[in-house]
Ligand binder design. Sequence first.
Ligand SMILES: Cc1cc2nc3c(=O)[nH]c(=O)nc-3n(C[C@H](O)[C@H](O)[C@H](O)COP(=O)(O)OP(=O)(O)OC[C@H]3O[C@@H](n4cnc5c(N)ncnc54)[C@H](O)[C@@H]3O)c2cc1C
Length: 384
Amino acid sequence: MNPIRFATPPRHEAAEALRHDVRAFLHDRLAHVPPIRRADSWTGVDKDFTRAMGARGWLGMTWPRCYGGHERSAFERYVVMEETLAAGAPVGAHWIGDRQSGPTLLKFGTEAQRRAVLPRIAAGQAMFCIGMSEPDSGSDLAATRTSARRTAQGWRINGTKVWTTGAHQSDYMILFCRTSGTPADRHAGTSQLLIDLHATPGIAIRPIIDLAGQHHFNEVHFDDALAPLDALIGQEGDGWNQVMSELAFERSGPERFLSSMQLIVELIAVLGKGHGDLTRAAIGRLSAHLIILRRRSRGVAAMLDAGENPALHAAIVKDLGAVFEQSVPDIARGLIDAEPDLAARADYNAVLAKIVMNAPSWSLRGGTREILRGIIARGLGVRG
Ligand SMILES: Cc1cc2nc3c(=O)[nH]c(=O)nc-3n(C[C@H](O)[C@H](O)[C@H](O)COP(=O)(O)OP(=O)(O)OC[C@H]3O[C@@H](n4cnc5c(N)ncnc54)[C@H](O)[C@@H]3O)c2cc1C
């Protein structure tokens, strides 16, 4: 078996100095946001908040200045992400662009795409969605059916994407599709296109309402949609390698273990002081898990900073992070006998309901538990 080691993340003085500024900003900005909305951090879309983040230089932080970035370290970006998520800030209008679409364009996009789009993401003015999953192709992404055919007028696109978070509010999608061959060709013949959702005729976006009654998912239908030929990202037919690199960005950060943070905050507030040994042990164990996950996740930031590929390490953090996030509601219910109720006046009960209804999805999004464990097994050398 191959051992998998995580680098010990160094203390980063500039990042710690930045933490103070980010906390002060969030303290003011979120002063009147109730816990139930803070529990929505991921799906909370507040374009004013996102523009304010951009104005402070807290989006596109590691990108070159010529593309609107700020040439800061992965550790500084990490601090901004963990502070915003821990505070329950509405990151929905920028996290996809900042975390994965922007880095994908930086790595594979044409110079024209980088110059046109990256400064807008960094300013908090362009929201992105991810066009990967399809009705018959989720884990098995290589079975993608959505096709884009090269014509004299541009790419003719037909097919359906599903579970597309935020498509109805987004400006752009990075579309994973087939530009030649058939689904039987698997990885060969796939490409990525940059789709301007406002300027592409033939796209219909339909809502999917989730278990908690929220609209953040969508179905996106392409019916002879026409995108310009220069929408191609990177090399035609190299979509599989590109999309795997994009997924490594998607799986690496603190967002993979902070989804139930608001419940931890409310739980500790309700428990107060003076509880018995069992309660103290449960909170101590939660804190210890959180600290270890954070250390591992910062190890991934160290790899990103050193220009290394963190795909395997990111899969480990995401899998362990989902186990942790999903365990929090059960631990909370073991400590406090309270009914989860979205409409409850008590913050704890309402946040508990929100987290209970959202938690099942955390081991699906960005790659399911089984798929991640397959990647980890391969990294350990125990699977061919
Ligand atoms: C909150 C959330 C947000 C999402 N946002 C987006 C988005 O913005 N854009 C987007 O494109 N997609 C998005 N998705 C979709 C997500 O990527 C898919 O749900 C996921 O990849 C699984 O695909 P599927 O739903 O088709 O399930 P399937 O692939 O059908 O899997 C069903 C079950 O079978 C298991 N399974 C499948 N293949 C194997 C295998 N080879 N070995 C062992 N077990 C296997 C899976 O682990 C799972 O338990 C989102 C999903 C969620 C929950």
